[in-house]
Design a protein around this ligand. Structure first.
Ligand code: GLN
Length: 245
């Protein structure tokens, strides 16, 4: 009996979440991105976590969530380690080649974080400057593709801002919400207006029209019944109270 149970356990582990009989929807994220995902003690919480939990509920499945570096989030759904990738992921043409995106649930963009004694004026000023970004993000793509230079890559927006404060970079580029969180209480730092216009959506492995439809229905429902707005408010308030991430 014991042996059979062990074999079943090993098989379940090896098959991972690609298995049809999996009773758990696995979300993959990168939990340094408040208010979308951040750590409350050991627990990963945030707007994206609630959206994915609602998808699991609609499917009648259990829910789990894991965190990895941002540049490993999309690979995790491509390889089948997770079902749903949600990490404030911007829909881009490049990413669409590798994953399917749900309908967007937020309109947003990236901003420049600067020191007030070295004010940011316009994009042209960024050329040739040392710029900090979170690795694998649209902020990194802005520096490599638009400015045609190499950024200083950090593991999180907060780590990039620590480099700015320490003088290792002159500017940081990040999504507006985590950027706001990073400058809160920092008298010497300020934020620019949007330098891009972006939308967040959930990414899944290609070729799953039924799952995509369920995700889109869930997004429509949480927008219509006010849950999404309520999560945005609650997690923005909670994230505002966090200092170090
Ligand atoms: N929205 C940005 C992107 O998709 C950053 C996301 C993040 O750092 N979690 O690249």
């Amino acid at each position: 009996m014991k042996k059979i149970a062990l074999v079943a356990l090993v098989a379940a582990t090896l098959c991972g979440c690609g298995q049809k009989d999996s009773d758990t929807i696995k979300m993959i994220t990168e939990a340094t991105f408040p208010p979308y995902e951040f750590l409350r003690g050991q627990e990963i919480v945030g707007i994206d976590v609630e959206i994915c939990r609602a998808v699991a509920q609609k499917l009648g499945k259990k829910f789990s969530c894991d965190t990895v570096d941002f540049d490993s989030v999309i690979p995790a759904v491509i390889s089948g380690k997770a079902h749903l990738a949600a990490a404030g992921i911007t829909v881009t043409e490049d990413r669409k080649k590798n994953v399917d995106f749900s309908d967007p649930y937020v309109k947003t963009g990236i901003v420049v974080i600067y020191k007030k004694d070295n004010p940011f004026t316009d994009k042209a000023q960024l050329k040739g400057r040392r710029i900090g970004v979170q690795a694998g993000t649209t902020s990194e793509a802005f520096v490599t593709d638009e400015l045609k230079q190499e950024p200083e890559r950090a593991k999180s927006p907060a780590e990039a801002v620590a480099a700015l404060k320490a003088g290792r970079v002159e500017f940081v580029i990040a999504d507006v919400d985590p950027a706001k969180n990073c400058v809160k209480g920092e008298e010497s730092l300020a934020l620019s207006d949007f330098i891009t216009s972006e939308e967040y959506a959930i990414a899944i492995k290609k070729g799953q029209p039924e799952l995509l439809q369920t995700i889109n229905e869930t997004i429509a429902e949480i927008k219509a019944d006010g849950r999404l707005a309520q999560w945005v408010k609650a997690y923005t308030e909670e994230a505002d109270k966090l200092k170090e991430l």
